[in-house]
Design a protein around this ligand. Structure first.
Ligand code: ACO
Length: 399
């Protein structure tokens, strides 16, 4: 029912591009992706080299400030974020208000949003000092909030952060430590989680990041903008996919379906079943992050006591996809989420926490993109057009 001639008369020429498949919303100097070649670079550095040689803290600095830090800069940055991990004691009460089995993602976004109420001295998006303060506050406090959300979901007491530990060690202790007992940080788990966080740190204008920019374009502060990004990430077509992948693998295992039969169901569109962790808007070759995650799973899953049977099902699904025209023609390959859930589970995280881990990883990207947008002062507010297809003018009865 679209009357194009009428539309052009009333709105002038507009591009109609649902899902922004072909619309660039911004220039950006942060992340480069070549979807056809399977290339991902942060500030010019290939993701493979960063995953191999860098740390999440260093990558965070790189994304936000544009260059790798010197040893001194990294040390200063690390001390600054370590000093701000505590939450205002009143914010702790917030967690008590949610149901016992609350999903940690909406808890996370609510608490991040609430940071605006505690830090009026870091809300101006155009004051460099305030932007700096909100940056390190958010980097330091989001892992604490995430650990509290986890403790809440398992009914255990929350632990104050231990700032002698680095970000990842502190977060693991916050999740798995118990009061009055020493917590041994497993360096292999710290290293693997650190690498996974690097792989998630930015991905240019994905759904959650463009949400952060859209909200920020109204001059909303960093906490409000990032909280919106957390909500966008919660959806199963975006960050929620890692949780959905594991649920899918477990269902295949529990029902004793063969991976081959499951693939037939996926190919039958009427079933409404998608192969979760497969397909990507931009990568039409292979998601370079998925290759690194699969390598980690190969090396570490066994060591962490992971579920080999689920890994086997996943690999058989991938193999089947490689040989099947449906997937080949549509250029559907594993995305970053396909194997991450298996590793998270092996580290001890329940499915509900997987998307929270994604948020922890994506935080530096959200911050870097929001800062890039505001660096030159207010940007143009994000305001897409539409094609109206509703009723033409009609009169209210009796009018
Ligand atoms: N399983 C089965 N078929 C699929 C899948 C899949 N996972 N993904 C895409 N297709 C099919 C579609 O049915 C469509 O087929 P058609 O052309 O015959 O109609 C074709 O491939 C193109 O798919 P679109 O949905 O148009 O592709 P789009 O770029 O809009 O979607 C998305 C990308 C959302 C990632 C999609 O592939 C998907 O839903 N994947 C599963 C969820 C997932 O893993 N999300 C994580 C994304 S990555 C991230 O957030 C880190």
């Amino acid at each position: 029912g679209l009357d194009i001639a009428n539309l052009l008369n009333t709105t002038g020429a507009v591009t109609y591009d649902p899902g922004f498949m072909n619309t660039a919303n911004t220039e950006s100097a942060i992340t480069y992706i070549d979807g056809a070649e399977g290339i991902l670079r942060y500030r010019g550095y290939p993701i493979e080299q960063l995953a191999e040689n860098s740390s999440f803290q260093e990558v965070t600095y790189l994304l936000i400030y544009g260059e790798l830090p010197t040893a001194q800069q990294l040390d200063d940055f690390d001390s600054l974020t370590r000093r701000h991990t505590l939450l205002n004691e009143e914010l702790k009460n917030f967690f008590g208000g949610f149901p016992r089995d609350a999903h940690p993602m909406p808890v996370l976004s609510s608490a991040v949003s609430a940071l605006s109420t505690y830090y009026p001295d870091s809300l101006d998006p155009f004051d460099p000092d305030q932007v700096e303060r909100s940056t390190y506050r958010l980097l330091a406090k989001l892992p604490t909030i995430a650990a509290y959300a986890y403790k809440k979901s398992v009914g255990q007491p929350m632990l104050y952060p231990d700032n002698s530990l680095d970000l990842v060690g502190n977060f693991l202790r916050g999740c798995f430590g118990v009061p009055a007992e020493p917590y041994e940080v497993d360096p292999d788990i710290v290293k693997a989680l650190d690498t996974l966080l690097i792989l998630h740190a930015d991905h240019e204008q994905n759904c959650s990041t463009s949400t952060v920019r859209m909200v920020g374009s109204s001059q909303a502060n960093l906490f409000a903008s990032v909280s919106a990004g957390v909500n966008a990430l919660y959806g199963p077509a975006h960050g929620g996919a890692n949780e959905a992948v594991l649920n899918m693998l477990k269902e295949i295992q529990a029902e004793g379906t063969s991976p081959e039969d499951f693939m037939e169901k996926v190919k039958n569109k009427e079933s409404g079943v998608r192969l979760m962790g497969f397909g990507h808007r931009v990568y039409k070759n292979y998601d370079p992050r998925a290759r690194i995650v699969k390598g980690l799973a190969d090396d570490l899953l066994h060591k962490f006591g992971g579920d080999d049977e689920l890994f086997d099902i996943a690999q058989r699904l991938e193999q089947k996809a490689l040989e099947d025209d449906y997937f080949v023609e549509r250029k559907l390959y594993p995305n970053v989420d396909f194997y991450t859930g298996l590793l998270y589970k092996a580290m001890g995280f329940p499915e509900k926490m997987f998307t929270v881990l994604f948020a922890l990883g994506r935080l530096p990207g959200w911050i870097a993109q929001w800062r890039e947008m505001n660096a030159q002062g207010p940007t143009k507010i994000g305001r897409p057009r539409q094609l109206y297809i509703g009723e033409s003018k009609r009169d209210y009865p009796g009018a």
